[in-house]
Ligand binder design. Sequence first.
Ligand code: SF4
Ligand code: SF4
Length: 440
Amino acid sequence: MSEILAEEECLSQSGQSRRNLLKLGAVGGAAMIAAGVTPAAKAREDGIGLVKHDAFPLKISPNYQRFSEMDTSFHRFNKAGIAFYKRPKPDENKPGFTSIDYALKMGGRSVANALSPYAPAYEGYHLPKIFKPNALNSEFRFKDSATAHAVIKRAARHYGADLVGITRRDPRWDYTHVREGNTAHKFEDALQFEPKTVIMLGFEVGYEGMRAAPSPLGDAGQVDGYSKMSKTSLQLASFLQLLGFHAAGVGNSFGLSVPYGIAAGLGENTRMGLLLNHKYGPRIRLGKVYTDLDLDEYFDKPVTFGVESFCKKCMHCADNCPSKAIPKDEEPSMGPPDDGTDWGFSNPGVRKWYVNCDKCLQYWADSNTSCSSCITSCPYNKPNFWHHRLIDKANMFLPGPLHKLMADMDLLHGYGKTFNETAPAVFWDDKGRSYDGFGD
Ligand code: SF4
Ligand code: SF4
């Protein structure tokens, strides 16, 4: 099935017309022509419009301090005995919540669970296996840094990563302590070697299932992303060991994946606090491999492509957040508001929007889902059709006031829904879907 036909079928189920969307694409195309670029070339070339930065693109206070994984909301809830991922009774009459949907979700998590003692994707359960150079292997010498980048990226993609970025280790983004259950380990003790490089891995989460978020079907792609993260980071750490380096695949733990992802050029920060990639939008999971491979030069640089400007006007994630965890201030700030809330889970000193993670996790616990309404409602969350990419590109060139209009147009065209009631039927369509994912 062609991409266009596939989407026409998808949109017809929600009563929308592709013609209108194409008109919006034409608006974007006109904007880009005015900006002196060829829309066809832009739609094909994903990297166009990205601005590369030598320095980290978010303002950081000189008083910024590392913090401990023991202070995160996940551990606060763990200490309080509030359980996530309880399995409520499936509802066979509620699409997205049936036994089959639950089975899909939990089956998708199985690899992450099995590999948790080796390359934990989820924080807090296990420390990773530390791969130490094999005595038979002397440290391999890459011809140069460019060769090292190319080889490592090829290997990571071979093992299953959709995105790979390589950046110098930056202690600001590492936790002072990492968590194993209720035990805190000093970062240095837990890793057992001094890391020089962090390899960031990105995994696309399927579009079709996420249209059903929040629900077990909506979670299924997310947990599958964690399984891919464990598998790929374990294999990549082993690969580096066989070349004579220390390495560990650490998933969510040991350091903050979003700033490391920004530093490695995988995307921009957002109002909802997740990384937004120019190909996949916010529909990605991020994992990390730390290694003592030291490179003379790091070629992946932070990129921006107008997301912060768009977020200032677009409030879709905040409007759709069931726990009201996402702020609605137009401008990002250097710290959380002084509103009487215990923001101890949050680390101030970076200019961004501060999300109330405790409120978010309380909703996860209450709903027995990992929610993701913010991701589903984001205008950048689209399958990879050329006209969506064209509109994304247009947003880079349009002035800020038009971003509100573009965000509203997204809703008019049937996107941005959370728990789209047509999604489970489309996902489980027995004809099969050919366009889920970035694909070909
Ligand atoms: S996951 Fe849900 S509750 Fe959490 S911030 Fe996103 S929309 Fe809000
Ligand atoms: S929904 Fe809108 S405000 Fe929220 S992250 Fe996406 S673009 Fe930004």
